[in-house]
Design a protein around this ligand. Structure first.
Ligand SMILES: NC(=O)CCC(=O)C(=O)O
Length: 262
């Protein structure tokens, strides 16, 4: 499966400009790279202008859901749609939407863990539904959003559910860039799955984002890493056969003693 990741500079508070940017990127990357699956970063419609969500967030996933569905179908690609600022009833969520090649919505997830350091609790509501895997091109996959990366229980749950690829969508600040890298490597190694991440670049309201979107294999090898500063496209073809090989060679899942820690 060939991936293309968009390491994007998000214009905070301007969803229309961000949608135009994503559309242009998808059209270009399809022509130049012919990916099977593309990945976008966290909150790419609104950015972290959280105080403006009443005017900028989607309503029940629209218009982003129709926008991404149409792009997926037109270009025959899977779109792991990062996440968006999204209003449901009178609450705001950080919501991920995943579309298959037919433009069908195959997964929807609201970020569970809200970030105290970014004051998310003041503006957002945490998701109330458990994570589960979804399937794209016959491959089981999972997705978590940014701060969720610090809670290994989520990734382990998805690995136990059979995920071979874990997506991490983020606007991770440069101030904690070492954590961004180390935690992704740890999740890939301990769960023996591919980690494919998309982080933002640029600065909003004094917070600089770390970039360094990554593709890490289940052995912990960094196959590709984006720039720390610049927007760009990161591509790689995943050899999924190495998941079962590594799980055979280092049989962590067979060695678990869940009754000792669950
Ligand atoms: N957008 C985020 O979830 C940022 C997470 C973060 O800043 C951290 O975990 O550190």
């Amino acid at each position: 499966m060939k991936y293309a990741i968009y390491q994007m500079e998000i214009i905070a508070g301007n969803p229309e400009a961000n949608r135009q940017n994503v559309k242009q990127w998808i059209e270009n990357v399809v022509q130049e790279e012919q990916p099977d699956t593309v990945l976008l970063p966290e909150m790419w419609n609104t950015g972290y202008a959280l105080g403006e969500l009443a005017n900028t967030a989607d309503r029940d996933g629209e218009p982003t859901a129709s926008f991404l569905s149409s792009l997926a179908k037109t270009h025959n690609i899977n779109i792991v749609g990062g996440s968006i600022g999204n209003q449901k009833a009178d609450k705001f969520y950080n919501t991920s939407l995943v579309f298959d090649r037919n433009g069908e919505l195959v997964y929807q997830y609201d970020k569970i863990h809200l970030v105290p350091m970014l004051n998310e609790h003041q503006y957002l509501t945490g998701g109330q539904k458990k994570v589960h895997t979804f399937v794209l091109d016959h491959v089981k996959m999972g997705l978590i959003i940014c701060y969720d990366l610090r809670f290994p229980e989520l990734s382990r749950q998805l690995a136990l559910d059979g995920a071979q690829v874990m997506h991490i969508v983020a606007e991770w600040p440069a101030a904690r860039k070492d954590h961004w890298k180390a935690l992704q490597l740890a999740r890939a190694i301990e769960n023996q799955f591919f980690v494919v991440s998309s982080n933002a670049v640029g600065t909003y309201n004094g917070t600089e984002y770390a970039g360094e979107s990554m593709i890490i294999d289940p052995w912990g090898t960094q196959l590709k890493t984006g720039s720390a500063k610049n927007t760009g496209t990161i591509t790689t073809t995943l050899d999924l056969s190495i998941v079962s090989k590594i799980r055979r060679d280092v049989p962590v899942f067979a060695s678990r003693v869940p009754e000792m820690y669950e």
